[in-house]
Design a protein around this ligand. Structure first.
Ligand SMILES: [Zn+2]
Length: 137
């Protein structure tokens, strides 16, 4: 049986990110003019408005900024077997924030600022989803 949960639909702006995930690399944008990292992908730098952009590999390390624990699955048919699960906003070492599932830890044990590291889940041949897990786990 195939993967039956919703999948991202890469577009020209986000395709480099998803290609990176497939290679198990967490890619983020860095402004080609002022060097500011940014995520999610945008055409222009919010700091200096430059359209020059480089894709760079993030360390994959960060800290939990905030999180929620999902206990009521929506849609129920799709996520009923997953609850409870944790969705976190992670501040990467590069300064950008990224949303992802937080795996490998009981939701009740998650704490603010806890160090986490990215991990990758190849859910289909084309799509690999990033998630975060406690660092050192
Ligand atoms: Zn810039």
């Amino acid at each position: 049986m195939g993967y039956e949960k919703p999948l991202p639909a890469p577009d020209p702006e986000t395709e480099p990110f998803w290609n990176g995930c497939r290679d198990h690399k967490l890619l983020i944008q860095r402004c080609g003019s002022c060097g500011t990292h940014r995520f999610p992908p945008t055409s222009y730098c919010p700091t200096c408005q430059s359209g020059e952009v480089d894709w760079v590999e993030a360390s994959g390390r960060g800290r939990v900024f905030s999180w929620i624990v999902v206990r009521h699955p929506v849609p129920k048919e799709v996520y009923a077997d997953d609850v409870p699960y944790t969705v976190a906003i992670v501040t990467l070492e590069e300064g950008v924030r990224m949303v992802g599932n937080l795996v490998g830890i009981d939701p009740d044990r998650v704490t603010a600022d806890m160090p986490v590291v990215v991990r990758f889940d190849n859910v289909t041949d084309d799509i690999t989803l990033p998630a975060f897990a406690p660092a050192g786990a």
